[in-house]
Ligand binder design. Sequence first.
Ligand SMILES: NC(=O)CC[C@H](N)C(=O)O
Length: 358
Amino acid sequence: MDAVIGLEDGTTVYGEGFGIEGVVCGELVFTTQFTGYEEALTDPSYSGQILMFAYPLIGNYGLNPDTFQSERMQAEGLVVREACDHPSSHRSLNSIHDFLESERKPGIAGVDTRALTIKIREHGTLKACLMTGKTVDGSRAVELACREQEISELDLISRVTCKRMYHIEGDGKRIAVIDLGIKNNILKSLMRRKLDIFVFPADSKASDLESVNPDLLLLSNGPGDPKQAKAAIRLVSELAGSLPIAGICLGHQVIARALGADTYKLKFGHRGANQPVKNLRDGKVYITSQNHGFAVDGDSIEGTEIKITQINTNDETVEGIACPYLNIFCVQYHPEAHPGPRDTEAWFFNQIVDVIEN
Ligand SMILES: NC(=O)CC[C@H](N)C(=O)O
């Protein structure tokens, strides 16, 4: 099967198609992680995006559904240098080829993903169209890429949030989680701490949470521009001060916007497993797992009650904020890891328990 990826700047790259025959469009984003392709491909934060791995070997250790971060592949398509056949998979379901076929998604292999990554780093994130099939047309792919909506115009959260509230029983304190596109390992990190977890849809109102009477509100990661998370922003501004609030990635951006700060789009985002973050309280630098294209604008917190608690030592962007007197804290990176390092897992999730219990 042939394949081509066309970019909005006119670039076309041909390769070998795998997965299904199809045409998908979206932002082309790159991640630099060496491992964890199963977690990345099933992370709802990638909804609306075509995911490219700068690391060349993808699929080389198969796919284990136990590591999946949601029930399906969330990225619209996959761009790799080499789509490896897991040595022992013999094209069983845990090969990357069979995974994309079973998920009804297209992929392109044989691409110089490092050259494309350099292009995105230099130009900034580009809209793209991935076309696979017996005959593919690069100029048509470029045309479709140009016509694709900007990610900021898309309500991607409604595609990935849960349809109704669900309860994960625990014998600890009650936590209400707003599912903006939550990764499974956030829930697993909460379950390990025996919390009694109520997961709500992204458009839930304060009155929906009253029945649960939570001890803390947690806003999850998720796809797209935080400006689109209107209901969650409204919920945080209504509940701030009435209970502790925490957030991860998109949840962090939602909290910042609810407290009066602004967010902006990064040139090409942070996606990988080696992003260094300095804790401004003790000066320690932690290696974090990240997957985000937007960030909190540090200059915009002037005049708000927000304090910056952590920064990225690569580019000084905001990686953590808090509002101590409102008992609010949140992080831009992924403390739940999966993929990536677990340096910050204990700190973040233990703080959730500490805040609830004190
Ligand atoms: N992983 C996330 O929650 C991503 C947050 C947001 N969609 C961004 O790209 O910045």
